[in-house]
Design a binder for this molecule. Structure first.
Ligand SMILES: [Zn+2]
Length: 149
């Protein structure tokens, strides 16, 4: 359903190798289940931009920062065609619309807006791209900033 490509967005990415309908589990997001306590205390997670870390439930997070987790190569887009979905302790990258063969897979990394947003430029080239990797609900802050500057 997908293969690894050199991406125009950033380094590597995944591209659809056939047409994918909406609401399909495209790839499992694999990783190590870790306790919230470890998330809080492990230095690895000191930075607050957790590209590979997902909330599973009250007790556990999923750390997907492992080579075997092919889904970690999926890039952020401001106009994504996938989202992260979960059931129990499993995470999936699932389509949120029909995806054409050859289209790069993407989802919203969900970064909050903070003073470091400029460290994470977005090159997704979608028409609504705000220029930075910031979750959809917070992008208005950047647009506002552009106007006042
Ligand atoms: Zn973008």
């Amino acid at each position: 359903m997908y293969r690894i490509i050199k991406s125009k967005i950033s380094n590597h990415g995944l591209v659809a190798t056939k047409n994918i309908k909406n609401d399909i589990k495209v790839i499992e997001y694999r990783g190590r289940l870790i306790s919230k306590k470890e998330t809080e205390t492990n230095k690895k997670f000191d930075n607050d931009k957790h590209i590979y870390l997902f909330n599973i439930n009250k007790k556990y997070d999923m750390d997907g920062d492992y080579k075997y987790n092919t889904a970690r190569l999926i890039n952020h887009s401001c106009d994504p065609n996938c989202e992260v979905t979960g059931k129990g302790t499993k995470l999936w990258i699932s389509s949120i619309r029909d995806i054409k063969k050859g289209e790069e897979l993407s989802y919203d990394y969900g970064f909050g807006f903070d003073e470091n947003y400029k460290d994470f430029p977005c090159k997704c080239r979608s028409s609504n791209c705000c220029g930075y990797i910031v979750r959809e609900g917070s992008r208005w802050r950047i647009k506002k900033k552009k106007k006042t500057n």
